[in-house]
Every structure is written in C-alpha cells, then in structure tokens.
Write a protein that binds this ligand. Structure first.
Ligand code: GMT
Length: 375
C-alpha cells in the first residue's frame, strides 16, 4: 500500500508512534510518505520505501500567523497525485485532521478519493482540542475522517464525553519494538557513568511540560534518596526544566540528579534503570512508561487517563492519585529496597510490555488500511 503519514516531527509520543509505525510498515514492503515540517527525530535513515516531504511555509509580512494547514493540505494534494498515494493517516487531530479534510476535498474535486484515518493521541483531545476556540473545527474534522482510532480505551471514552462524535472510534493501543531490546545491548553499557554500583537508578523521560508534573518527580526522588543510595536521570527538555533544577538545588540533591536534555540514548538509559517515574496530571496512554517496561523497568505512575491500561497496579509497578508523592515514594521504596521484589516487578513489567509488541499491534493498522482502501 502507498500511505501518507502526517505527524509532529518533534520529541513527543505521537510523533514517535507515527514514525515507528511508518518505518515498520516500510520494512513490511509498504511505501511510506512522511509529510511534515521537518524530518521526524526518529527517522534516522531513509530507505527505498520511506519518503520524506517537507512542508514549507513562506514568510510574508502580512501574516501574523503562518498558514501551516494551507501549506500542508497543498503539499498533501501534490504528493498524493505525484506518488499515487492510496491512503492518508494523520496523527494528532490538530491541525492534521483539518488539513487532511481540506486535502480530501481538493482531491475529490479532481475525481480522486483519498481515505483518511485520524489517530487521536491525547492532548489533541484532553487539553488543546477541547479549548472552545478549537472545538468546533476539531469535532468537524474528526467526524469527517473515514476512520478514527484512539490509543487507549480511556481516550476513546474521554473523546466521546467531550465532543459530539458520530464516528465509531477504534482503540489501537501504542506499541513497542521489543526485538531491539536484546541482551547484547546490556553488555556494552557503561552504567558507572551514571551511578555507583550500590546506587539504584531512577529515571523520568518527558517533554517537561506542566502536565508531566516533573516537580513531583523531584519530590518523590528526594524521599527515595533519604532512605537508599540512588541517582535520578531526568531526560527531556521543556518549560518546567528550570523549576525542577531549582528545586533540586533547594533540596540539596543536585549532585544526585543528571539532566540530560533531549537524548537519542533513551534505550541505553532505560537499560540501566531500576525504576521509572511518571506522575503526570494525565496521560492518554503513557508511551514512555511502556518504553521503560520494555526494558524491564517497573513504573511508579499516577492513575489518571489510560495509565492503568499500561501499568498494572501491584504487578508492573504502582499507581497513585495525582500529586500523592508520599504514597508514590513509599511504593517506590517497597520495590527498590528488596532485590527479590525488584526482580519480580522487573519480570512482570517485561511480560506486560510484550502484549504491546509491534508485531501484535501493527496488523491492526494494516487491516484498517486495507478496509479503508477497498471500501
Ligand atoms: O504528552 C506528550 O508528551 C506528548 C503527546 C504527543 O502527542 O506527542 O503525547 C500523547 O501521545 C502519546 C502517544 O500516543 C501518549 O503516550 C501520551 O500519553 C499522550 N500524552 C498525554 O495524554 C498527556
């Protein structure tokens, strides 16, 4: 199949999912066209089945806001005609579903039918999409999609609750590529760069937005390190970073915390980790938690959104109410203090992650594509 994928190319869950999906589809022989404003961060190598088409928005003094949707929909029409693309899959409703709808209409005018699938990822529904200034257009463009998927049952329910959606929403959970997590990767790791042998390694990865509650991460770690030797790996970048650094200074633990910034070494860092913290205000799914679990890392998370569909309480980790950092620290210590308990949680985390293996999830998308194209 010839498929166009539209996504955000930056660090962030929806872009990662879209890129990994496209790369795996290409490996399976499909022709994949990524159409976005810069090369997706995980799209390291182009191969004969992978194309990248950049959307440029020329500056013009009259524009206070650059009309990205216009440029994107134009590019979509041009690429669909040039490469005879059969299907459009947009990730993150805003503004991609809207631009996709415009492209569909322009193509229809030229006698070309382009089926469109919209995948809802989270904040496009819960935070941004629900804003009254966007809601009308978001509702319209979701309803105009030929098929709609969401990455968790929780997000599906929230979408139906917040918007007047007339389409069926199919839940296709996010996935993980487990094959790359081979034992060989462990052997080449240099753990001593991050922590001493006797120290537990605690990790958090996100875009450091307020919704991730990274000050809670620091507070939980502060309580952990009071009882056991430990180091905290803070991976990512975003608006809350400075506040978190300041809190580490205030608490006198700056020497125990490493701020990596955005990193391409996430797999390596996770392979060293003993525990992952994700105390978010909300997560539609929590891909970062799944990535940690795929490296046998137990997760301490909040219980909001779709996190309970990924992290199983008392099995792969623990879930607490948002902001309950005391309970999160107690739960973390109950795992970290005992080698046998830690080993059990690690094993369980991997077992649950295996249910989300790409080989199990990808056929769900492939089947949907076939249905959409042949309809
Ligand atoms: O919240 C983020 O970090 C970014 C955002 C995105 O779209 O890139 O993530 C959302 O999509 C991810 C992939 O489906 C989910 O794993 C995240 O849980 C979701 N974030 C939220 O719901 C806050």
């Amino acid at each position: 199949m010839k498929i166009a994928i539209v996504c955000y190319p930056t660090f962030g869950g929806s872009g990662v999912v879209a890129t990994e999906l496209g790369l795996e589809l290409a490996r399976r022989g499909h022709e994949i066209h990524f159409i976005t404003y810069s090369q997706p961060v995980r799209l390291a190598l182009l191969n004969p089945n992978v194309y990248y088409h950049e959307v440029n928005v020329p500056e013009y003094p009259l524009f206070h806001f650059q009309p990205y949707e216009l440029a994107l929909s134009s590019k979509l029409v041009d690429m669909v005609k040039l490469y005879k693309i059969e299907l459009l899959h947009v990730h993150y409703a805003i503004p991609h579903a809207y631009a996709g709808y415009m492209a569909k209409q322009m193509l229809k005018d030229q006698g070309i039918n382009l089926p469109m699938i919209t995948t809802l990822h989270g904040t496009d529904i819960t935070l941004v999409g629900n804003h009254p200034f966007y809601k009308t257009a978001v509702t319209f463009s979701i309803n105009q999609s030929d098929y709609v998927t969401s990455v968790s049952q929780s997000l599906k329910e929230e979408t139906l609750h917040l918007f007047d959606i007339k389409k069926e929403i199919l839940v296709i959970p996010n996935f993980i590529e487990l094959d790359k997590n081979g034992i060989d990767s462990y052997s080449s790791c240099k753990r001593y760069v991050m922590a001493n042998e006797n120290e537990r390694i605690i990790t958090h990865i996100s875009n450091f937005r307020p919704i991730k509650r990274i000050l809670d991460v620091v507070k939980i770690f502060y309580k952990i390190q009071q009882e056991i030797p430990a180091k905290l790996m803070m991976v990512g970048d975003g608006p809350e970073k400075e506040k978190a650094e300041y809190l580490c200074h205030q608490l006198g633990i700056f020497d125990k915390v490493i701020f990596f910034g955005n990193s391409n070494e996430i797999d390596k860092i996770l392979s060293y980790s003993d525990l992952f913290l994700l105390p978010s205000e909300t997560e539609s799914f929590g891909l970062a938690a799944l990535e940690a679990m795929a490296w046998s890392v137990p997760v301490i998370s909040s219980n909001s959104g779709g996190l309970s569909e990924v992290n199983f309480d008392g099995i792969s980790g623990y879930l607490s109410n948002v902001g309950n950092t005391d309970e999160m620290a107690v739960n973390a210590l109950s795992i970290l203090k005992d080698n046998a308990i830690l080993a059990r949680f690690k094993k369980n985390a991997l077992t649950i992650a295996e249910k989300f293996d790409i080989n199990a999830i990808l056929p769900l998308y492939e089947n949907l594509y076939r249905t959409a194209i042949n309809k």
